[in-house]
Structure formats: C-alpha cells, structure tokens
Design a protein around this ligand. Structure first.
Ligand code: ADP
Ligand code: MG
Length: 336
C-alpha cells in the first residue's frame, strides 16, 4: 500500500508493515526528464539545484500538481519495494503485487484513474485507490464499518482533511489547503519581516518542530537560526522565540480548528453525538504540533486522541485495507 502524501510517501508491505517513508520529492534532469533522485536525497536538493536539475514536489497543494513526476515517483517506490522483497525471499516466484494507493482527497476522478494506471504500468498486478480520511480512520483503529460516527482530523503537509465516517463511507468531510507547509511559509515570512533575514522553508520547518505550539507556552523557549541578512546580503544568526513561532502559525492553527468545527456543524445529529461521546482522532504529521490536540479539544468541546503513530496512520490504514481486500478477493474467487 502506498500513502501518497503531499509531504511524505510511505510504503506498506503485507505482513511487514511500513517498510519505508520518504519525502514526496523527485529530482529530474531538465533535458532528459530522467530521475536523478527521489525522496530525502531529492528533498535536500530543493533550493540547491543547478540549471540542469529540477527538484519537484509533485503533490504540492493537496492535489496532483505534476502528474508526470508523480507517476515517476510511484514507479520508483514500487520497484524499490519489489527489490527489497526479492532480497528477502529470493526463491519465491514474484507476480506483480496488488497495490492500494491512498491519494490526496483533492485529486480528481481523472487523476485517480491515472494514479491507478501509473501503479499498474509500474508493475502492479492490480491497483486500487482509497480515500485518505478512510485510510486514516482505519489506521487509527476506528470502527469504520459500524453504524457509528467516527471522526478524524488529518493534518498533513499540504492539506488538512477532516471527515466523519459511518458504515464504511464518508458522511461529511472538509478539506482545507492549510496544514504543515503553510505553517512553514508563515514562519519564514514572519522571520523575514521581523528579523530582516531570509530563511528557507526547511529551516522554518525545523523552527516549527522545535518551538511551535498551538497554545501559548509559559516559559521562554528560543532557538538560533542562520539566514541571509536582507540588508547586507551576508549570513546572519538570529534568535527566534517560541512566542514568535506561535504568532506566525496562529492563523494556520485557527484554520485547522475551523475545519474541524465546520465538519461537526454539518454532521447529522446521531453521528455528531457518537463523536461527542467517543472523541475524534488526530492524525498526520501536523498532529505532532505541540498542544494541537488540547487546542482542538478546548474549541470544539470534543475529546481529542492523537493517533498512535500519526505519520504512519494513513499507510497502516491503507495496508489494513489491502489485507482485508486480499481476504475479500480470495473469498469471492473461491466461491466463484
Ligand atoms: P502528508 O500526508 O501530506 O504527506 P504528513 O502526514 O507526512 O503529510 O505530515 C507532514 C507534515 O507534518 C509536515 O508539514 C511536517 O512539517 C509536519 N510535522 C512533522 N513532525 C512534526 C512535529 N513534531 N511538529 C509539528 N509538525 C510536524
Ligand atoms: Mg497524509
């Protein structure tokens, strides 16, 4: 199963769990269009490429922004998982794997079909697509098949997806293009404005992880950061405080809380009361932002549980779906 996230792509293999996780970045040779690097090697190239190489984040805003690059990335990951499998079990004859791809929910029908085809042309025997919130809910262990409301808030890189699920389907959902990346951009522009220093989004992300919080922090935490002085053009080190980071990410946090409230507002009363009783699950890398659970819970009045491993939740859910699918398909084929 492949969790095609806007920030990270994870690959899950049946019986083994998540076997690797890499940033969703591809570096291509601009002349030949050939893949130069994928994943963390490609991410390190962002903002550092010469003219003949381009580092692309193909799923930038929660939609498939660059289809060709997405296709190359999927193919790369499927081949890598297959190589790994061949090393592990060299004597086993390998038919193409059955693949479940979890695509961002902003993807259109045409794109979903294209993702399926990309997986198939990369060697998958059969490919299926699963909706992100459903995968997140399965991964978090929620009883999605029951006639009961389960709510998930998945804060990723490009989008925040909120959904209430019942009987295996999505009843209400909200998707906003505010998530981790927007926080990084907000921090970068805050630092630029307040300290007159230019920093890249990777540095901003580090500040977010070290100092960010969705509620004001008591004591004064701070971190040193290097950037380019906007006035002199020379390197400069400045000290950024937790308070500043909190102020910068404030609007993004509000938008995420707003998406959760909005979804609850539109949820039919029976399901809403299930959610109020049982709480909601917070998943995605953004769930690791300090105090986001507490902030969400205070503003919605609903208990918030952070998924056990927020970064792997969707991949694990897609994997479980794949395993179930395996059972279902073998059952149907054995009964004809
Ligand atoms: P996607 O599903 O879109 O690929 P992920 O679920 O992998 O996204 O989450 C990636 C986002 O989580 C990034 O914006 C990253 O900066 C953020 N993130 C990861 N760890 C933390 C942390 N400890 N605190 C805050 N944000 C984090
Ligand atoms: Mg995700």
């Amino acid at each position: 199963a492949i969790d095609l996230g806007t920030a990270n792509t994870l690959v899950f293999v049946r019986g083994q769990g998540v076997v690797f996780s890499e940033p969703s970045v591809v570096a291509l040779d601009t002349k030949t269009e050939e893949v130069v690097a994928v994943g963390s090697a490609a991410k390190r190239m962002i903002g550092r490429t010469p003219a003949n190489i381009v580092a692309i984040e193909p799923l930038k805003e929660g939609v498939i922004a660059d289809f060709g690059a997405t296709e190359k990335m999927i193919a790369h990951f499927i081949r890598r998982a297959q190589r790994r499998e061949r090393r592990r079990r060299p004597y086993r004859s390998l038919v193409g794997p059955r693949v479940v791809v979890c695509a961002p929910s902003g993807a259109t029908g045409v794109e979903l079909r294209a993702v399926k085809e990309a997986a198939e042309s990369a060697g998958a025997r059969q490919a299926y697509v699963i909706e992100e919130p459903l995968a997140a809910a399965i991964g978090a262990g929620l009883p999605v098949e029951e006639p009961e409301g389960s709510m998930v808030v998945d804060v990723g890189g490009g989008t925040t997806e909120v959904a209430v699920i019942s009987l295996g389907g999505i009843v209400t959902k909200t998707s906003v293009r505010t998530a981790g990346n927007e926080m990084d951009r907000a921090i970068a522009s805050f630092v630029q404005r307040e300290h007159k220093v230019a920093v890249g989004t990777q540095t901003a992300e580090r500040l977010k992880i070290e100092l960010g919080s969705a509620l004001p922090l008591g004591e004064g935490e701070s971190a040193e950061m290097r950037g380019r002085d906007l006035l002199t053009g020379l390197p400069k080190t400045v000290v950024v405080t937790g308070e500043e980071v909190g102020e910068a990410i404030g609007p993004a946090v509000e938008a995420i809380v707003g998406a959760a409230k909005n979804t609850l507002d539109r949820t039919p009363p029976e399901l809403a009361s299930d959610v109020i009783e049982r709480g909601m699950v917070l998943a995605g890398g953004g769930a690791l932002l300090r105090n986001l659970d507490e902030r969400l819970s205070r503003e919605t009045g609903v208990a918030v549980h952070v998924a056990e491993d927020p970064l792997e939740c969707v991949a694990v859910g897609s994997g479980r779906y794949l395993e179930e699918l395996g059972h279902l398909l073998s059952r149907t084929s054995s009964t004809g």
